[in-house]
Design a protein around this ligand. Structure first.
Ligand code: DC
Length: 213
């Protein structure tokens, strides 16, 4: 694992992970993987197949059987474009329970490790990259931001949704992601914590790249 060049970027929703991870990948000439999109794709496939997101065994089987083609800008699930659907309210409402499913996590973690192995590493963002997927990553970063800033960012991304209701949804998902038994959201040992509340994307990306020395 040590020959892989993995940059792990973890943190809660709205901490700036995706934007920062993409900027860091561009600067370093590395590929980028949004692992949250993988859990969203499993939730989307379950909903499309009429599987109850809470049915642990059935959803784990969906995760094992899903044909997932995830690129930087598109997500194709079982041959059908899901780029918009995976960000929609139905998937967002179902994804926490899907991501808490141990069978789903085993399958996604295996796919994430395979993704990095195939390309010699990459910039990977999620919740458990530095704690579980690649604990030996070359660099582990944990991004945070104040609850208010995170709600404002997510509301803006979603096309001007109401900040209060987006904040409540973020609180609900944070509690689910941090409180679950399997791979909860934690600051991984050895991770560098960066608060992005007052920083722009370029500043955060500069700091992350600077940490590589
Ligand atoms: O980053 P996001 O909001 O797109 O993530 C979607 C969900 O997946 C969220 O509930 C957290 C979860 N997730 C996870 O459990 N582990 C990861 N490595 C990435 C995301």
């Amino acid at each position: 694992m040590s020959e892989l060049r993995v940059i792990a970027i973890d943190g809660p929703a709205g901490s700036g992970k995706s934007t920062v991870a993409r900027a860091v990948a561009d600067r370093l000439g590395l590929d980028y993987l949004d692992t949250g999109a993988m859990y969203r794709a499993v939730a989307c496939a379950a909903l499309r197949r009429g599987v109850d997101p809470g049915d642990v065994d059935a959803v784990a089987e969906v995760a094992r059987s899903i044909d997932l083609d995830l690129t930087r800008d598109a997500c194709v699930v079982d041959g059908v474009d899901a780029t918009t659907d995976i960000r929609g309210p139905e998937v967002t409402g179902a994804v926490s329970v899907v991501a808490a499913n141990p069978g789903v996590r085993v399958e996604m973690v295996a796919r994430q490790r395979a993704w990095a192995t195939e390309r010699g590493g990459g910039v990977m963002e999620g919740r458990d990259i530095g704690s579980v997927v690649f604990p030996d990553a070359e660099l582990k970063v944990y991004l945070t931001a104040s609850a208010e800033v995170r709600a404002r960012r997510r509301a803006g991304e979603a096309g001007g949704l109401d900040v209060v209701s987006v904040g409540a949804d973020i609180d609900r998902r944070d509690a689910a992601d941090s409180g679950r038994e399997t791979s909860p959201l934690v600051e991984a040992p050895g991770a560098v914590v960066l608060d992005t509340s007052e920083l722009g994307v370029d500043e955060v990306a500069d700091r992350v790249v600077g940490l590589l020395g």
